[in-house]
Design a protein around this ligand. Structure first.
Ligand SMILES: Cc1cc2nc3c(=O)[nH]c(=O)nc-3n(C[C@H](O)[C@H](O)[C@H](O)COP(=O)(O)OP(=O)(O)OC[C@H]3O[C@@H](n4cnc5c(N)ncnc54)[C@H](O)[C@@H]3O)c2cc1C
Ligand code: FES
Length: 263
């Protein structure tokens, strides 16, 4: 784990993406140089009685400008309050936290699976791989949601030049149905050595974990859990491991090998 820094940052931009989704740009973030895709920040809301911090994956960052971006969806009390903040409001930001993804080998075809608000770390992984010169034709980006408006920042993903496979449950864009359906179709039509990365709702991760296990595809999953402390002290975020015992998602995770955690 990289060195953790707590610092006050300001909201420098907030954009409403619709359907309760927002992008927020935050600065300064002094550790913006050392961020790995899959890492997250833990944010305390100012001037409220919301005591626990909320975790958000890092969506993008600029080491030069010391900025980070997060995308969040209004879910409960904390995210509702966050959505009501404005440019210039101060946040107490802890991070970068977590281990982050291990990058694939050059010869592998990379299957990226983002479900709903699990999109930010998958986008950052795709972006870093393209920046490192990874062949874009070997980056297959699956993005699923209930309806097309859930697939936020689709234009930015397409700009990476990767192959994008949208899937919506109502059929309003791309494959009609769950993302795992789209996944099976495409993998069956291709040959080669695959590596899979996924982030999204637990039901989706369970299905991806099972599918990858059956198909013998290695890879990693980024998990979510309630995270009161975020630094490994409270044990509020534990999950059982297949080999026995438990893991703390905030500290040993949030990224795990496929098949490692019981979902
Ligand atoms: C690693 C990680 C990355 C994430 N990345 C994103 C992201 O990129 N975008 C996004 O939209 N969401 C992300 N989430 C989920 C995000 O943190 C939740 O949407 C958010 O916690 C919901 O907060 P809320 O206040 O709206 O909901 P609430 O239901 O009010 O609160 C949920 C969370 O608050 C904390 N909490 C509240 N009350 C208690 C209590 N009594 N005891 C202990 N804990 C309590 C817990 O952490 C709980 O999970 C991520 C979560 C994790 C763990
Ligand atoms: S959130 Fe406290 S141990 Fe993980």
């Amino acid at each position: 784990m990289s060195k953790i820094v707590i610092g006050y940052s300001e909201i420098i931009k907030k954009t409403d993406l619709g359907r309760g989704n927002f992008i927020m740009e935050i600065a300064p973030f002094s550790k913006a140089r050392n961020i790995k895709p899959g890492q997250f920040v833990h944010i305390r809301l100012p001037d409220t009685n919301v005591f626990f911090r909320r975790a958000f994956s890092i969506y993008d960052y600029s080491p030069e400008q010391k900025t980070i971006k997060i995308i969040f969806k209004v879910f409960g009390r904390g995210t509702k309050l966050l959505a009501g903040l404005h440019r210039g409001d101060r946040l107490d930001v802890l991070g970068p936290l977590g281990n982050g993804f291990r990058l694939p080998g050059r010869r592998e075809t990379v299957i990226l699976v983002a479900g709903g608000i699990g999109m930010p770390p998958i986008y950052l992984l795709a972006k870093i791989l393209t920046e490192k010169g990874f062949d874009q034709k070997r980056l297959l980006y699956f993005y699923g949601g209930a309806t097309r408006d859930d697939l936020v920042e689709l234009k930015k993903i397409r700009q990476l030049g990767v192959r994008v496979y949208p899937a919506t449950e109502d059929g309003s864009l791309g494959f009609r149905g769950l993302i795992t359906g789209a996944l099976v179709d495409v993998i069956d039509s291709r040959q080669g050595k695959f590596r899979m990365y996924a982030c999204g709702p637990e039901g989706m991760l369970r299905a991806v974990d099972e599918l990858a296990g059956k198909m013998g595809i290695p890879g990693q999953l980024s998990l979510e859990a309630p995270m009161p402390c975020g630094i490994g002290i409270c044990l509020g975020c534990i999950k059982p491991l297949r080999v026995g015992g438990y893991t703390r998602i905030c500290r040993e995770g949030p990224v795990y090998e496929i098949g490692e955690v019981i979902l």
